[in-house]
Design a protein around this ligand. Structure first.
Ligand code: ADP
Length: 517
C-alpha cells in the first residue's frame, strides 16, 4: 500500500519481463516493456520493426525497442483523440485528475532507484545526477502540475450591461510531445504533467537514443490509474514517427524540445494543419564574470554550468565572458576547478561526468574541438581521450563515448566555437573590456535561452539582467530550475514558457461566452 496525499491505493503486482540478453552487467536493471504503449495496450509496431538502444558507456546494445512509424502514430493519435472526445479524462472532476497525477508522482518516487538506473544506462549520465536531479524533478513535475488541476480558471468580464460575459479555460485536445535525449524522463514529465493537468491527452515520441524511461513511465501511469489512451508512448525516429506526429490532423498541438533546426522542420510540417507549437530549442548561453565577482564561486559555477550532464544541456553556459583585468587570476581558478571534473563509469556513485549519449554526439563534440583549434582559439584543457579511473568503467577505453572537460581561451565572439551549439563539455572563454561590450557580444547570437551575471554590484547586476536577451538570467548563480519558474527562450531558442502559470498559455485555450440577460 502506498500513501499519497492522504489517499491509500493498492499497488498492482509487478509485471516482470525478462531483461534483454545484452543488459549491462553490474546494477540489476529491470527493463520496461519494449513495445508501443497505445490506447492502454502494449503493441508491436505495425511493420514489426525494432531499433537498438545503446549503452553510451560501453557502446554496446542494451536492447531493442519497437519502432513506431506513421501507421503507429496514426493509431496512437486516434486513440488519444478518442480518449479526449469520449473518454473520462477531460470531463473528470479536476481534483480527481489531480489525485491521479499525485499517484504518478508517488510511483515515480517509489521506483526512483529503478528509474535512475534506466536513465543512466540509456543516457550515460552519472547515476548521482539521475538520482538527485532527473527522477526527483520528474516526480516534482507531476506534483506541481497536480496542484494546478483545480486552479485553472476563467474570468467574468464587464463587457456590456445587457450581457453576462465570461471565459472558460479549456484543454486543447491531443498534444504531441517530442522530447530529446539529454533529460529523457524529466523533459517528458515536464510536458506530460501540465498537458494532463489541463485535461488534454498526449502522444509522446521520445528520442530514439533514449526510449527506456518513457516506456517505464507509461507503465507507471497505468498503475496509477490513468485511463486508457490518455497517454500514448510511441518510440521511433524523428523524421518518421516525429514528423508523422507533427503532420497528423488529429493532433492539435506539438510541444517540442530539441535543436532549432529540428524546430524549423517541425514548423514547416505543422503549417499543413496550422498547429499550435511550443518550442524549447538550443542555446549558447553567456556566463559573464565581472571583475568584482566572488571569483571562487564564479569559477566553480562556470564549470558546473558547462560540465554538468557532460555539457548536454540546452542552457549550458558555453560562452564564458571574463573581464580582461581578472582574466589571468580567474583562468587559474577555472582550470583548477575544471580538472576536478573527470569522466568515469556512470554507475559509480562518485562519478560526476558520464559518457556522451551517442557516437554521433561524440563525433560532433570532437569536430568542434578541432574547429576551435583551427579558428585560432587556445586549447587550455583538452578533454579528448580522457584517462578513465582504472577498472571503473569496463569497456570504456575502446568504445564508450567519453570526453573530458575542455576549455578554450582567446575565443572571439564571432568564431563558430562561440556561435554554434556544441552540446558537449566545451567551454569558450571570451575576454571583455566593459559593460557595454560584454552585453553587445553576449546578445550577438541567434539564441537567447539563458545567461548569468557574476558581480557584487547590485545595480550592474540588474542592468545586465534587463539588457540580456535571454529567457532566464541568473545572478551570482547558474542553472537553477524549478517547475514554478518559467523557462524558455528568446529569439531562436524558443517561443513559449514551461513552468508556472505561463505553461498553460500553451496547454489551454480560452472560450468566450456571451449570455443575454
Ligand atoms: P538531436 O539532433 O540532438 O538528437 P533533435 O532535435 O534532432 O536533437 O531531437 C529531438 C527530438 O526531435 C527527438 O525525439 C527526435 O526524434 C525528434 N525529431 C528529429 N527530427 C524530427 C522531425 N523532422 N520531426 C519531428 N521530430 C523530430
Amino acid at each position: 500500500m502506498s500513501k499519497v496525499a492522504g489517499l491509500k491505493f493498492k499497488m498492482k503486482p509487478e509485471k516482470k519481463e525478462a531483461p534483454a540478453a545484452n543488459a549491462r552487467k553490474g546494477p540489476d536493471i529491470r527493463l520496461p516493456h519494449l513495445k508501443l504503449w497505445i490506447g492502454g495496450k502494449w503493441k508491436e509496431a505495425v511493420h514489426g520493426r525494432t531499433f537498438k538502444t545503446i549503452d553510451p558507456a560501453t557502446g554496446e546494445v542494451i536492447t531493442r525497442v519497437a519502432e513506431g512509424t506513421e501507421e503507429d502514430i496514426d493509431l496512437a493519435a486516434r486513440r488519444a483523440r478518442k480518449a479526449f472526445d469520449s473518454g473520462p479524462w477531460p470531463k473528470m472532476k479536476a481534483s480527481e485528475r489531480a489525485r491521479i497525477l499525485h499517484r504518478i508522482a508517488a510511483l515515480i518516487r517509489e521506483n526512483y532507484e529503478e528509474l535512475a538506473s534506466l536513465e543512466t544506462l540509456d543516457t550515460g549520465k552519472p547515476i548521482q545526477n539521475s538520482r538527485r536531479i532527473d527522477v526527483p524533478s520528474s516526480a516534482e513535475a507531476f506534483e506541481y502540475y497536480a496542484g494546478w488541476c483545480d486552479k485553472l480558471t476563467g474570468e467574468t468580464l464587464p463587457a456590456h450591461p445587457e450581457f453576462f460575459s465570461y471565459t472558460l479555460r479549456e484543454p486543447l485536445g491531443v498534444i504531441g510531445a517530442i522530447t530529446p535525449w539529454n533529460f529523457p524522463l524529466s523533459i517528458a514529465a515536464q510536458k506530460i504533467a501540465p498537458a494532463l493537468a489541463a485535461g488534454n491527452t498526449v502522444v509522446l515520441k521520445p528520442a530514439e537514443q533514449t526510449p527506456l524511461s518513457a516506456l517505464r513511465l507509461a507503465e507507471i501511469t497505468e498503475e496509477a490509474g490513468l485511463p486508457a489512451g490518455v497517454l500514448n508512448v510511441v518510440p521511433g525516429f524523428g523524421p518518421v514517427a516525429g514528423a508523422a506526429l507533427v503532420r497528423h490532423p488529429e493532433v492539435d498541438a506539438v510541444s517540442f524540445t530539441g535543436e532549432y533546426l529540428t524546430g524549423r522542420e517541425i514548423m514547416k510540417n505543422a503549417a499543413l494543419t496550422l498547429k499550435k507549437l511550443s518550442f524549447e530549442l538550443g542555446g549558447k548561453s553567456a556566463n559573464i564574470i565581472f571583475a568584482d565577482a566572488d571569483m571562487d564561486n564564479a569559477a566553480r559555477f562556470a564549470c558546473d554550468g558547462i560540465f554538468f550532464n557532460q555539457g548536454e544541456v540546452c542552457c549550458a553556459g558555453s560562452r564564458l565572458f571574463v573581464e580582461e583585468k581578472i582574466k589571468k587570476n580567474f583562468t587559474a581558478r577555472l582550470l583548477q576547478c575544471a580538472q576536478k571534473w573527470r569522466p568515469g563509469d556512470p554507475f559509480d556513485p562518485a562519478t560526476e561526468m558520464g559518457a556522451l549519449v551517442s557516437q554521433e554526439q561524440f563525433d560532433k563534440v570532437l569536430k568542434y574541438i578541432e574547429i576551435g583549434r583551427q579558428e585560432g582559439a587556445k586549447l587550455l584543457l583538452d578533454g579528448r581521450n580522457p584517462k578513465m579511473p582504472q577498472g571503473k568503467a569496463p569497456g570504456t577505453k575502446s568504445k564508450g563515448f567519453f570526453i573530458g572537460p575542455t576549455v578554450f581561451s582567446g575565443v572571439l565572439p564571432q568564431m563558430r566555437l562561440a556561435q554554434e551549439e556544441i552540446f558537449g563539455p566545451v567551454l569558450s572563454q571570451i575576454a571583455f573590456g566593459d559593460f557595454e561590450e560584454v552585453i553587445r557580444n553576449a546578445n550577438q547570437t541567434i539564441y537567447g535561452l539563458a545567461a548569468a551575471v557574476w558581480t557584487k554590484d547590485i545595480q550592474k547586476a540588474h542592468r545586465a539582467a534587463r539588457a540580456l536577451k535571454a529567457g532566464t538570467v541568473w545572478i551570482n548563480g547558474y542553472g537553477n530550475f524549478d517547475h514554478a519558474v518559467p523557462f524558455g527562450g528568446y529569439k531562436m531558442s524558443g517561443n513559449t514558457r514551461e513552468g508556472g502559470i505561463h505553461t498553460f498559455d500553451f496547454y489551454t485555450q480560452i472560450k468566450s461566452v456571451w449570455v443575454r440577460l
